[in-house]
Unconditional design. Sequence first.
Length: 579
Amino acid sequence: MLSFVVFDAEGVDARHFPPRHAYLIGPDETPVQGDIAFRIGVVDAAKAVHSTVGLAVQIVVGPHPQNGTPGGAVAGGGGGSAIAGPRLTGLLTLQTCLLPDHVQPYLLTIELARRQIMFVLNKMEDWGLFDLPAENPVIKQFEEARIAFTQALVGQRGTTEQGAESARGGFCARADRLATQSVAAGIAAGEQLTLLNAERQFKFRMSGRGYKETALHLSRMTPEMPPPGAPIVIPGAGYCTLSEPPLIGCSISPNTSTELQQKAAIATCDFVTMPMRWIDLEPSEGKHNFGPTDRWIEWAIRTAKLPVVGGPLIDFRPLCAPDWLFIWENDYDTLEDLVGEHINAIVTRYRRTISRWTVASGLHVNMNFKISFDQIIELTKMCIQAVRKLHPAAKIQLEISQPWGEYHALNRRSIPPYVYAEAVVQAGAANPAFHIDTLCIRTQMGHAEPGLATRDLMSLSAMLDRYATLEKPIAVSALGCPSSPIAPKPYRPRSGAEATDPYEPGFWREAWSEQQQATWLAAAAAIICSKPYIQSLCWQDLSDPPNPATSPEMPFGGLLGANGIAKPCLLYTSPSPRD
């Protein structure tokens, strides 16, 4: 049992502290099952496992004092390592370290600060940035976080400014404020460090030096060399190195087609992704509707001369799968047959125009079709094998959705995303029929849907690095955030809360806007494209859906508005980093 004391902060009365997006995390960053409840000023977490766990929770990270004055400006965000931006703030999902069971409660902000400082130190080591001089802004920011944390740690059992003993779990309100400052400064340091590392890696990769030096290093280790241009894996490196710069693309909903959309795609994309949503292609069982998809693919191939990525072919999200399919949710054998027939129809129709297929997305989440662990893996392998048999020359991709895996803390029949990805990669190593060429990651933030809460830039970078240890090329297949705030929606009641807690999408630095969307895209894209294992980056949607209620994609998430007018983020997309 873990308990965490919380104080009033940023206008949130601790008597009604909402532990939003709260879940437990076990070893290896794997979410675990447990019950999280709230009583006045305390968050209680009862775990269902025997290992040590930590708590992930969404909290407000406000502007922190800098040089003794509140609300100082913070550098970071954009295409470089120290770009001036708004004061650091946000509604972010953060986590504590793994903590042993304790009779007395922990102070939540101290544990969040402890983990953030450890996180920054670990990434400094991973990225070889311990040699930064003391006057570097990253080090100054980190020192501010460390000093505030130390002061909070030393004074956590002290007295308040009025000299009265604190009655909230024996913790001092001043220690909570210092720890909060440490969290804010730690996130600022982490994001600056992430952008600094991206700046260094970006130059190394785009110049081609990274691949050449990796190939030379491998030649000294082994007489066998991969074919020219093939991905290189150095034993023990924990990732593969690609020879070409990452390609930049965009997903295009087939249901709308305008001249403005076509011009935007030509101006900004190296490739386009055409979603093959089952609900669009076969809205009624046995009755196909290929017209809209045909028109876009024909335009991309014949007019725009852009390669097309097809899929995901199988995506069981509610607005992606047709209603008639759910009749068979308790009959796995029939479901598998229908999946096979659908894949056969789509791949056979488009295999002359599509050379890369995303075969499935999010099967590991297992929220809509309740199938077993073995059936999830079996269905995944069947999808891979079917596409490879129908189109042997094609490249095969598998998409991971909700890559932090929050869903697994609530759904015992799901598979943690990394465990799922690892199982599929191992199956491919054992049998070429199940081999995938690329692992895709959906990286979306700021939506009021499960798994799409907002996180900081260092967390984004570290998540990609973790999947890279599977030594497969990584494609960020749906990068995105909204250009306008998305209203929270209820998701489930919390014990002790006055009403159902809102499922908050969160925000980064300030409320989402068109300019903030562009700023986030510039920073996220710089980080992603700098990594040696990234094969491609695809923005989540070309244009906002005309009717968000009937679209599975993020409202306000396009490069164009629903009216066809370009947003500022369109300026941050270009045909390729090689330009």
